[in-house]
Design a protein around this ligand. Structure first.
Ligand SMILES: Nc1ncnc2c1ncn2[C@@H]1O[C@H](COP(=O)(O)OP(=O)(O)OP(=O)(O)O)[C@@H](O)[C@H]1O
Length: 598
């Protein structure tokens, strides 16, 4: 991306703050004029005093000069203070507002993206966050650099150069000739530093990632006694970082020295040239100070050039990936228009699905999920059960074949409408940062407290919530895994949808909680379309109809008894589940007197 393209992309974000931009520009112009006042005043002071001395006059006649200088400098300082404050304040305000809009825009945008976007390798949680953070950081820095650094400094430099040319073409030309040398040195410096600075940043990121990883894996590290290995890993990173820092500093100091040298040569040349004009009576002596101070204003922005160059380069790199995310319109979740009355009958016809990484997860799936019935999906790990539910919820679209809900193709159905009618409880707990109340309310944003309590009671978690000091205002993330799962179930009770997908809803619960929830789930299953994935015998037996999946295909289906009698895979899985439960021993424990072999 070129700088011009970058500015074009930033324009819509800056446009709403036109007044701020204009105010900053006006102040910048005033600032660049006041920046030249010192040079003018000093020239006036030197020439006037020189004139007095030549005329044999003293302090008595010079008072007015001192008063004029003091008044001019005082007014200039006051104006300058106001201008600088306004300029920094408006510039900073602009930066903050643009940063806020960029952040909000990208969040609003990627919330509309389909699930495949989030499962792409480049968009994993940490990576996506870093790309967004860095993008916003560098883009707002660019706005800041432009309005707070570049614009005032360069305007002042151009005005100073103009004044030098106006005073004398030769002096102006000397000042102008120094600029390309400076530019060239800065360019080389930025080139050399660019790579190292990037490595430095990467090193710092790796270091903080490393610390994070240690904190996250502290239990494993300690249980394996691997503290020394982890410390050594960090030492390696630290050494690279230190070496990089030293190299960066070395180069910086070298070039800073070179640039100061060139700048001083410029100053000396200007003094010599102006002195020549003074001695040949073409200029007054005050012009020496005048030119030196103006030249200082010319070289000031160039001194910062390598930093600015570097930051612009960074901004271009990071903002590229930021805008890739922001402009990924092809990732926007597709939606149809239809909003039919939902009875809850799914019809799948020859559905095929590949994940974005190419994994063929569903193959030629044809099945019917009936309303008011419980349909179980059974299969070994990785068979494709969760994937199938994801397609029913339109998280992914089938590659081929069709999925109909009450006769309407899911592709033609309004996606938000569809999801309003589906309740999803997954095997992983989905608890947001916040209170228990907020977490349950997620199922129905305008629910009353009474409804929330009722939902919690249905999910058998109310009593436990009441034992907490803060009750429903307690931090939901502090609950145990089982309790969190029941909060998720309460959320679904509150949503009260006609279709329910349960993906191992009791997998993380203890036996008693499972039993309590089983009762609640039995209640909510009434009169709805329920699809349940479970490795629990009792839940599978309860299903009205069962589909058995293997390696992405439906291999068997039927009602429990018939299926068990006539199937292979189902029988195998069912027997294995029963065996793992050690049913014989359990039965003997429960009925010690019964002859189990009879
Ligand atoms: N986001 C993904 N990208 C690529 N492959 C995936 C993704 N999610 C799942 N898979 C793969 O698709 C296959 C089916 O996974 P799925 O989660 O549907 O299985 P499952 O039957 O629900 O298993 P389990 O009982 O362990 O939850 C697996 O081989 C899995 O590795």
């Amino acid at each position: 991306m070129t700088l011009w393209q970058l500015f074009q992309k930033l324009r819509p974000f800056v446009r709403p703050y036109r007044t701020l931009v204009i105010a900053t520009l006006v102040l910048t112009l005033i600032g660049s004029l006041t920046a030249q006042v010192n040079a003018l005043t000093l020239q006036y002071a030197v020439d006037s005093i020189n004139h007095l001395i030549k005329a044999g006059q003293g302090l008595a006649q010079g008072w007015h000069i001192l008063i004029t200088i003091s008044a001019v400098l005082l007014v200039k300082e006051v104006v300058n203070a106001v201008v600088q404050f306004g300029q920094k304040f408006y510039g900073e305000r602009l930066r903050i507002m643009v940063s806020q809009d960029l952040a909000q825009n990208i969040i609003e945008k990627f919330l509309t993206y389909r699930l495949t976007f989030f499962t792409e390798d480049d968009n994993q949680a940490g990576k996506l966050q870093t790309r967004i953070d860095r993008g916003i950081g560098s883009l707002t820095r660019l706005v800041q650099i432009f309005f707070i650094d570049i614009l005032p400094l360069f305007t002042s430099a151009i005005v100073a150069l103009g004044l030098m040319f106006y005073a004398n073409v030769w002096v102006g030309t000397v000042a102008l000739c120094i600029v390309p040398v400076y530019f060239w040195l800065t360019y080389i410096q930025a080139q050399k530093l660019g790579g190292w600075r990037r490595k430095l940043r990467q090193g710092r990121e790796q270091k903080s990632q490393g610390i994070l990883s240690i904190i996250n894996s502290i239990t494993v590290i300690k249980s394996f006694n691997r503290e020394n290995i982890e410390a050594d890993k960090q030492l390696g990173l630290q050494k690279d970082l230190t070496q990089n820092q030293m190299q960066t500093r070395q180069t910086s100091f070298l070039f800073d020295g070179l640039k100061t040298f060139i700048e001083q040569i410029g100053v000396v040349l200007i003094i010599i040239l102006t002195a020549y004009f003074v001695l040949t009576r073409q200029m007054s002596i005050g012009m020496i100070m005048y030119h030196v101070l103006l030249f200082n204003n010319v070289s000031a922005p160039i001194r910062q050039l390598h930093r600015i160059y570097d930051e612009i380069n960074d901004a271009m790199i990071y903002s590229e990936s930021f805008f890739t995310i922001l402009e990924a319109d092809h990732e926007i979740e597709p939606t149809g228009q239809q909003k039919p009355a939902i009875a809850g009958q799914f019809e799948l016809k020859q559905v095929d699905f590949h994940y974005p990484n190419g994994h063929h997860a569903l193959k030629d799936i044809s099945m019917t999920i009936r309303p008011n019935k419980i349909t179980a999906l059974v299969g070994l790990s990785g068979a494709g059960k969760t994937t199938l539910i994801s397609l029913l919820d339109k998280f992914y679209l089938a590659d081929s074949g069709s999925i109909l809900l009450d006769g309407v193709d899911l592709k033609d159905m309004d996606t938000a409408y569809l999801r309003d009618h589906i309740g999803l409880v997954l095997q992983k707990n989905h608890i947001f940062q916040g209170t228990i109340e907020e977490n349950i309310r997620y199922g129905k944003m305008n629910a009353s407290m009474a409804e929330i309590v009722e939902a919690a009671q249905q999910a058998s978690i109310h009593e436990q919530i009441m034992t907490l000091e803060k009750g429903y205002a307690s931090d939901a993330l502090l609950l145990s895994g089982g309790q969190q799962q029941r909060i998720a179930i309460a959320r679904m009770f509150l949503k009260n949808p006609p279709i329910i997908f349960l993906d191992e809803p009791t997998a993380s619960l203890d036996a008693i909680a499972t039993e309590q929830i089983k009762h609640s789930l039995d209640q909510i299953k009434q009169g709805r379309t329920v699809v349940i994935i479970s490795h629990s015998l009792s839940q599978i037996i309860d299903a009205d109809y069962t589909y058995v999946m293997k390696e992405g295909r439906i291999v068997e289906h039927g009602e429990h008894h018939a299926l068990y009698k006539n199937s292979q895979v189902y029988k195998e899985i069912f027997n294995a589940m029963a065996k793992s439960l050690n049913i014989e021993k359990i039965a003997r424990t429960l009925n010690p007197d019964e002859d189990l072999t009879a």
